[in-house]
Unconditional design. Structure first.
Length: 418
């Protein structure tokens, strides 16, 4: 059943007039998509979530405009900086069309029908994510400021993309507040999906639970790294740690891996991974690949595999984010180092460790340094052969927009000490 958007709030007629500190104004003009509450020096009246907030400079001239969010320390999500502009249907159309144009190469590839259409702040739309799974669009809101604008965004997406359906996902913070009759997983256009949604990634068939799955149903950001693993997997025994729904394992199997062993603490995710492998049994290499799965804590399972003397040619370690803020970075780096040491204990001589991080607070250099230091601490001889970042559909649009990084290491010899 399709859920109506009729109860959504409307944007107030009066614009909020916001004055900010000189430092905040410099940051906004420098590309920051966020204005924090502590940087606001005056406000002409109280506003509701989603009201348009105009930032003025010290000479009372227009500087920027964004969405007001009274529920968040990031009080204004910036939409436009510079000369005055009107945020209307034409503006929304152009902003969304610009984002889609950046993905034109993916849109033209019949072998890949799933990708990120809107990447939040990095596409100039803070707090809004739109992922495409073939004929299904998933709109995810990370701020209630988007509710008053949801109808016009959906209307423009229908005009630009022409999907069969649109599914709404809400972050935990948004879902815990006023949602105007909407719930996480509601279909807000077209027929509700009565089964997983199918899509293609570089010719492989995969499924996504766009209603209940993590994020929007699949981790689209690792597409390029999965392709790299596919290219090196021929004849290899592959260990996929934090496997989730099996994207890396399916790619490795299609690349001719002799075996794939998937580890994840979620049994439902591993069930999806097994189905994703089955969806590709038309490929001879996938049919021949031996599949093993283990449900459990990755740290514990890795240690157990090492005790048993298990060895693999390729080990992929792609954990969830470990650092939600800068204060958590030291603990996150320690966790990455621990994973490196555990993973190296099960990599064969001459094999490859692929280790990734999706913690935006952890920089690429400090992540790789933590991995290399961990390898050195146990006497492993490794060579960094490749370092990767964001795919084209996950652009980096501002200073802190980067989050994904991965390092590929050739292991010339494993640990010599524990």
């Amino acid at each position: 059943m399709t859920t109506s958007l009729a109860n959504l709030p409307v944007v107030g007629e009066r614009r909020l007039a916001v004055k900010v500190t000189a430092d905040a104004l410099r940051q906004i003009r420098g590309g920051s998509p966020w204005l924090y509450d502590g940087s606001i020096t005056s406000l002409n009246h109280e506003g509701a979530a989603g009201d348009l907030a105009v930032v003025f400079d010290d000479r009372r001239k227009f500087a920027a405009i964004g969405l007001w969010d009274p529920t968040s320390p990031i009080r204004v999500k910036m939409l436009h900086v510079g000369s005055p502009t009107t945020i209307d249907a034409t503006w929304w159309h152009h902003r969304l069309a610009e984002a889609l144009e950046r993905r034109s190469a993916l849109e033209a590839d019949p072998g890949t029908t799933a990708y990120r259409c809107i990447h939040g702040e990095n596409d100039g739309l803070p707090g809004l994510v739109v992922d495409r799974y073939d004929t299904t669009l998933v709109v995810k809101l990370y701020s209630p400021a988007w509710f008053p604008h949801l109808q016009i965004v959906v209307d423009q997406l229908l005009a630009l993309v022409g999907p069969e359906r649109v599914v709404l996902r809400l972050s935990r913070a948004v879902a815990s507040g006023e949602t105007f009759g909407l719930a996480d997983g509601d279909t807000i256009f077209g027929p509700a999906p009565n089964q997983p949604v199918f899509f293609r990634e570089r010719g492989l068939t995969l499924e996504a639970d766009v209603v209940h799955g993590q994020k929007t149903g699949h981790f689209l950001d690792q597409r390029d790294n999965r392709a790299l693993v596919r290219g090196m997997a021929a004849g290899a025994d592959v260990l996929d740690v934090f496997a989730s729904t099996g994207g890396f394992s399916v790619s490795a199997a299609a690349g001719g891996a002799a075996s794939v062993h998937l580890i994840d603490q979620s049994e439902p995710a591993l069930q999806t991974a097994r189905r994703n492998l089955e969806h590709n049994h038309r490929i001879a290499e996938v049919r021949r690949c031996a599949v093993h799965t283990t449900t459990g804590d990755a740290f514990h399972v890795l240690a157990d595999l090492a005790r048993k003397g298990e060895q693999f040619d390729i080990v992929i370690v792609d954990p969830p984010a470990f650092a939600s803020n800068r204060a958590a970075v030291p603990r996150a780096l320690a966790a990455y180092g621990r994973l490196t040491r555990l993973a190296l204990a099960v990599v064969r001589r001459g094999g490859t460790l692929v280790q990734a991080s999706c913690s935006s607070r952890v920089g690429s250099d400090e992540f790789v340094e933590a991995v290399l230091n961990a390898a050195d601490s146990v006497g492993a001889d490794v060579i960094e052969t490749r370092r990767t970042g964001h795919a084209v559909d996950h652009p980096i649009g501002f200073e802190f927009g980067a989050y994904l990084k991965a390092v590929f290491l050739t292991v010339r010899s494993g640990p010599t000490r524990s």
